[in-house]
Design a protein around this ligand. Sequence first.
Ligand SMILES: [Zn+2]
Ligand SMILES: [Zn+2]
Length: 338
Amino acid sequence: MYGAGMDEMLNAMFGAGGMPGMESMGGFGGRGGRGQRARRGRDVGHALPVTLEDLYNGKTVQVERRRTVLCPECKGSGSKKKNVPRGGNVCPQCRGSGVRVVVHQMGMMVQQSQVMCDACSGTGELIDPRNRCPRCSGSKTVEVDAPVSVVVAKGMSHKQQLVFARMADEEPGADRAGDFVVVLQQLKHDIFTRDDCDLHMQHHLSLQEALCGFQFKLTHLDGRELVVRQPRGQITKPGDVKAVVGEGMPVLKQAGKFGDLIIEFLVDYPDRVEESQLQLLRQALPPPKSVDATARNEEEGEVCYVTREDLSILEEEIKKDEEAEDENEGPSAGCAAQ
Ligand SMILES: [Zn+2]
Ligand SMILES: [Zn+2]
């Protein structure tokens, strides 16, 4: 069985389908070679949650675990006798087939069916209780502590796989144990999201900051305080995307190389402007393209105003209000639900 179940495991860990990079994980089963006859034990996956800070700074994590190994006492034979050849404990009931043939007779009809051999539980092997290995009681395997030390290197990524070859469970009858595969699972960060080597974030500016310049403090993933500034005289528009070069994630295995920090700016406009401020703004800002709103000339056309909101938003608000009213009508039901 070549790593069967690994896909299911990954799906369980990260959700099925649509995950970028899932294709590359198909490589699991390939190791060991499909052409070879050798039976390979099952691969085992282990999700290791890591923070973005861990991936930025690097970290060594000890993963405590237990694994099944062939009993060192009997070398996996389950038997006390030394040098028992493979298959030397053939079940006498089924002669090693693991099944028994049962014949039913119903009148003239004779029906044959196969049932699992109860003497050996279908394994085809039976060890005389007197010959059972004292360490594993004939089960052939024992559990041992098998911690692994996972080195999370600077710049490693979400879903990165770290393979500990032959460190999965040893199974009787398998020629080699499967791999123990640690899969890094990056936890969500409050400020940053990651895109390969770049870090992305959003930052809100007031309208004044957007027009007149700004600076803000930012604690980076290694604890450094960055002061992000806008060069004087530049304006930031809503949705502007700017980069701080070299403040992204470290590039894996390339010491000193970093991606960029990409900041998307959102501008918070004031809800209204006082008349006195309007005068100042008019003086300060470039002249309008449209007719001066103060110089109304009603003969030139019909005057209409833009409404406060887009119609669809208004409709939504009305709906919300109605729902709120509905809730108020039945307060006992609403409270019980919470
Ligand atoms: Zn044993
Ligand atoms: Zn049997």
